[in-house]
Design a protein around this ligand. Structure first.
Ligand code: FES
Length: 218
């Protein structure tokens, strides 16, 4: 496995993709199963039954618990085994690892590191997303067949848009606009403002959508 930053919030998927069905996801090369409780909370846990490692996403949701599709062991939303068919009581060590989650900006965010350090106040946020004077465009995930650090490098480099994305974000007016880099409490923010230049609003080839681009923990 690559050496990932674990004590940080990662986007898991769009909130609309998590409901009353078990869905399988991969985050920092870890397999995760997610679902929504009857009360609406998002649960995320390791997608492996501790018994014989069948992906729990292949099981069934029963109330707020997952019943494994292999031998029926059942885990509540804290990951604790609450039923072993044919046994009076579940073994105390039959526990599935769970991950803290939080929803913001239409996304489910997941914390893959030490749960004790998961601070929802540190979930990435764009204040404009909540401002009715702004609007947001939601697309699907953009699959990049490259190391994630190459994407971080690309998104922290807005100077290229003047030459690479001439039909969308970039044009000659932005060529000499300086780029700023700021380190902010564990984040690196790269930005520049391009004032009074005409841009088309469609999506560009690298997935960038504005002249202000940021990447956490790059
Ligand atoms: S593998 Fe899950 S109950 Fe056996």
């Amino acid at each position: 496995m690559n050496d990932y930053v674990l004590n940080t919030w990662y986007p898991l998927t769009w909130s609309r993709n998590v409901g009353r069905a078990l869905t399988a996801h991969t985050v920092v090369e870890q397999q995760v199963v997610a679902y929504r409780t009857e009360g609406g909370n998002v649960i995320a846990m390791e997608d492996a039954c501790p018994h014989r490692l069948l992906p729990l996403s292949m099981g069934k949701l029963k109330g707020d618990a997952i019943e494994c599709g292999y031998h029926g062991m059942t885990y509540d939303c804290s990951g604790k085994c609450i039923r072993v068919p044919g046994q009076k009581s579940p073994p105390p060590n039959a526990i599935v690892k769970t991950y803290p989650t939080h929803e913001n900006m239409g996304l489910v965010w997941i914390w893959m590191g030490d749960p004790a350090l998961a601070d929802v106040g540190k979930v990435f946020d764009l204040p404009q997303y909540h401002d009715p004077k702004w609007s947001a465009v939601e697309g699907d995930a953009l699959e990049i067949k490259a190391n994630y650090l190459s994407l971080a490098d690309n998104l922290c480099d807005p100077a290229h848009v003047s030459f690479v994305h001439l039909t969308t974000l970039g044009n000659a007016a932005s060529e000499d606009i300086p780029v700023h880099n700021e380190e902010q409490d564990g984040k690196l923010v790269t930005w520049r403002w391009i004032i009074d230049a005409l841009f088309r609003s469609s999506r560009c080839g690298c997935g960038s959508r504005s002249s202000r681009e940021s990447m956490r923990d790059a």
